[in-house]
Ligand binder design. Sequence first.
Ligand code: AKB
Length: 323
Amino acid sequence: MKNILIIGATGQIGSELTMKLRGIYGGGNVVAGYIKGTEPKGELAESGPSALVDITDPVQIADAVKKHNIDTIYNLAALLSAVAEARPQLAFKIGVGGVYNVLEVARENGCAVFTPSSIGSFGEETPHNPTPQDTIQRPKTIYGVTKVTGELLSDYYARRFGVDTRSVRFPGLISYVTPPGGGTTDYAVDIYYAAVQGRTFKCPIKAGTFMDMMYMPDALRAAIEIMEADPSRLKHRNSFNIASMSFDPEIIYNKIKEYKPEFVMEYEPDPLRQAIADSWPDRLDDSCARAEWDWKPEYDLDAMTRDMLEKLELKFAPKLELH
Ligand code: AKB
């Protein structure tokens, strides 16, 4: 990877991945692609170039690729699962039409492409514990449909046109930097904010509902390591199961209580999110990622919780007024 374009650079993953890639490959070599109304600000705006890149517009993608001599595209544009159910047509336009646009530009300009898939690419018929690398993928959400389509299209472009496409299936991602929006796993982010802000947390997911989760530093490393992996070792491409922890609301609540004994959580299930969560795996088997490109997570629930609480305490600490 020499010149990289991030599509969706101001989103939950993009804002952190852009900074991390700039730290490795140089600020000037990583272009932050954004859509109108989400212009990069602060460090993200100052540390490297940016470009208006709406994934639904193939001309904008091609212009940015040519102007910046791009060889690798990270496509992070997506509507998350719950919000996609409210806007299925837009979810399709971004998650299927957008992936096609990126792959076509990549084919014409010789770029490698990373498009993340998700635990949302599985459905009720999938074995849930553990979920194998190669198994039934019949999701019932539009989010899942777009993710499976993205996997298939990406493999097709690799086989048919030699486009270097690679991907991982992300679990729910947890971070203190940029909040997610509209996901089913977002409760596992919101719970930390409530704990630090001293609020009672209303949990939209029922006790006993297990899902894979991952701390953002591990997710960013996975996205970079898969693109740097030796292609001769890859038997799979789109997309690899990756995993680091699986828990239900009770487990994360009790873990936070170890550090904040006064914290209170109550259940207020959201039927849409609960139905989606019930259809997703409890725990992915990531042995193929471990064998084919040495994937290994660094954070478990305890290490993540200590770091999240520490970083959020700093974020919400009262600022000193200097006169
Ligand atoms: C969501 O909940 O929609 C996402 C995901 C697991 O893909 N965080």
